[in-house]
Design a protein around this ligand. Structure first.
Ligand code: CA
Length: 246
């Protein structure tokens, strides 16, 4: 069965071009030209992916994304017109899974759509194997709350401030260490394969290998484990990868 993609864009020419190119790739395409319509179609059709423009008449793309995040786990790729929008789009406030800045190449957009759907399939399989279901928030980042601070004993992961504290003291984490830790903590108790971690945390960079994951896990353990050689927070799951236990 082909995946359904909802495209939300008020510029008719671009909307038609997107719809045409996605349909040619074999996707079932739905369209909406404003925020209200987008919400309605998304709720009714439960698409597999949404391409969402930021600037829309009525409810804008930021707001549509925020609302949908609370209702469904669909991956959302946002289209931005200005660089200033990017930070909000990928930030925790809005929480899109990916974005493209206009003008973009259709080929690149199709590649992103495919990659995003592939990531979602990987995550779904992994969650199904663990007997977990995601009903709200991004299935990719699994965010629901935007300013949550997650606490695990003396360890705090503050998403709003992008800060990790141990015994109340901020730790110096590299950006990828932070992202890795957030991904692990959001999937607490779930064994995550190296491939999935790589796919999620290193996503589009494609310069990582399983070794990259291992190295970053080692660095993280040195910072957050009391005894890095006998890790109690980030557990090695033989033959699979890692699991965050708290
Ligand atoms: Ca627009």
């Amino acid at each position: 069965m082909s995946d359904t993609v909802l495209v939300v864009e008020d510029e008719t020419t671009l909307l038609e071009t997107l719809a045409y190119n996605l349909a040619r790739q074999g996707y079932e395409v739905l369209t909406a030209e404003n925020g209200n319509q987008a919400l309605q179609v998304a709720r009714e059709a439960q698409p597999d992916l949404i391409i969402l423009d930021v600037m829309l008449p009525g409810i804008d793309g930021f707001e549509v994304c925020r609302i949908l995040r609370k209702e469904m786990s669909v991956p959302i790729l946002m289209l931005t017109a200005r660089d200033e929008e990017v930070e909000r789009v990928v930030g925790l406030e809005v929480g899109a899974d990916d974005y493209m800045t206009k003008p973009f190449s259709m080929r690149e957009l199709i590649a992103r759509v495919k990659a995003l759907l592939r990531r979602v399939r990987l995550i779904r399989e992994e969650l199904a194997a663990q007997g977990e279901l995601t009903t709200a928030g991004s299935i990719v980042t699994r965010t629901v709350d935007t300013d949550e601070t997650m606490k695990f004993g003396n360890l705090e992961v503050d998403l709003a401030r992008r800060e990790v504290r141990l015994d109340g003291e901020p730790l110096r984490l590299k950006p990828k260490e932070f992202e890795l830790l957030v991904f692990l903590t959001r999937n607490r108790g779930i064994a995550l394969s190296r491939d999935l971690i790589l796919d999620r945390v290193w996503s589009w960079e494609h310069d990582g290998s399983s070794r990259t994951v291992d190295v970053h896990i080692r660095w993280l353990r040195e910072k957050i484990e009391q005894e890095p050689s006998q890790a109690r927070r980030i557990i090695t799951v033989r033959g699979i990868g890692y699991r965050f236990d708290g």
